[in-house]
Design a protein around this ligand. Structure first.
Ligand code: PMP
Length: 359
């Protein structure tokens, strides 16, 4: 029996995708071998590769002004690759530090160039976002994390940046809702939440930024290399890209990102309602205006109760609820593929747990 899987990533994938992968694992389309055993230059792989890129273009609504790239190395590599490509000596970028992931991005950015921190959520314990954003003079871009996976803080409307391109780490909420790609200079996202298994990172980048990017860094680190070779400069993570292409089909079957966004809103509302209706027992520290639909975080009255909560949930088949080791508490990850019934099961458990352990 499959568990109710609330892991933050790697995380639950659509069952039809897993079944299709299983069915194709030993022999892919009468080839006498699996897809992961054939050349990445084969006709069969080429079709899969292009279907993955096409599916991303379709669901994200990528205009002709932008390239879609598939790169290895995780979203973490992008923390370095973005500044290495977009900044030259003496140039700087702006960044909004809204939690652990933008903090990591800042740290890598500073190894390459200087950064102006426009907002740092440290004083509020990374539970809020700035109401207004004023780009610094001469900034080459502004970096944000559209959803902080650990802190549960999500941008609802993206900041306007004037002339500087907006760069967004969308690792944990890509394709969870429709977005206007034309308002971004660069978007990147590791696959292992809403796109597929870990191992590939999607980069959507404005073509003029590819063209003007630095060319005095190693080939693999230049966006130009991947754009020029249709993301086949070297051996791509073929299994992950195959799985991603199947997830794109699944998203189409669900009615696309607009329909998925409705379901995500609905799942998140169920969860946050239980928190709000039991304020003496559950405490969500995040500003209600920026609560994430993907990762809801909350505390119980003490750590012993939190440990008991996680243990009891696990006994009922609900896993992955322990908050990130850096912050503790409880975290409920509700990515696209998490069924509504899993959230319903968790909400019932939460109400029961509060009734049993509350005052
Ligand atoms: N950014 C965000 C928002 C993340 O959630 C993560 C991973 N959880 C990363 C970056 C790092 O991704 P990766 O492990 O693929 O390098």
């Amino acid at each position: 029996m499959r568990k109710h899987n609330f892991y933050a990533g790697p995380s639950t994938l659509p069952v039809p995708v897993l079944e299709e992968l299983r069915d194709q694992m030993v022999e892919y389309k009468d080839m006498g071998m699996s897809l992961v055993e054939t050349s990445h230059r084969s006709k069969e792989y080429d079709e899969v590769h292009n279907a993955a890129l096409q599916g991303l273009r379709e669901h994200l609504g990528v205009p002709d002004t932008h390239d879609v790239l598939l790169i290895g190395g995780g979203a973490t590599l992008q923390f370095g690759m973005v500044p290495m490509n977009l900044l030259r000596a003496g140039e700087h970028a702006d960044i909004i530090v809204s939690g652990s992931w933008s903090k990591k991005a800042l740290s890598d950015l500073q190894t390459v160039a200087s950064a102006t921190v426009l907002f740092d959520g440290k004083d509020s314990g990374y539970t809020s976002l700035p109401a207004a954003v004023n780009p610094s003079s001469g900034a080459k871009y502004l970096h944000i994390a559209s959803n902080e996976t650990i802190g549960g803080v999500q941008w609802k409307d993206f900041p306007s940046t004037g002339d500087a391109p907006l760069v967004a780490d969308m690792s944990s909420d890509i394709l969870s809702r429709p977005i206007d790609v034309s308002s971004f200079g660069l978007i990147f996202a590791g696959a292992q939440k809403n796109l597929g298994p870990a191992g590939v990172t999607v980069v959507v980048i404005r073509k003029d930024l590819v063209a003007s990017g630095r060319d005095d860094i190693p080939a693999y680190l230049q966006y130009r290399t991947h754009a020029d070779k249709n993301s086949l400069y070297n051996t791509p993570p073929v299994f992950c890209i195959h799985a991603l292409s199947l997830v794109m089909n699944w998203i189409r079957d669900q009615g696309g990102p607009a329909a998925i966004a409705k379901t995500n809103q609905d799942k998140a509302a169920l969860l946050y309602t239980v928190l709000d209706e039991n304020p003496q027992f559950f405490h969500c520290p995040v500003d209600p205006n920026v609560r994430s639909t993907m990762n809801a975080v909350f505390r119980l009255p003490n750590e012993d109760l939190e440990a008991e909560f996680v243990k009891g949930a696990s006994a009922q088949g609900m896993v992955g609820l322990k908050g990130h080791r850096s912050v503790g508490g409880i975290r409920v990850s509700m990515y696209n593929a998490l069924p509504r019934t899993s959230v319903e099961a968790l909400c019932a458990y939460m109400k029961d747990f509060a009734a049993r352990h509350g005052e």
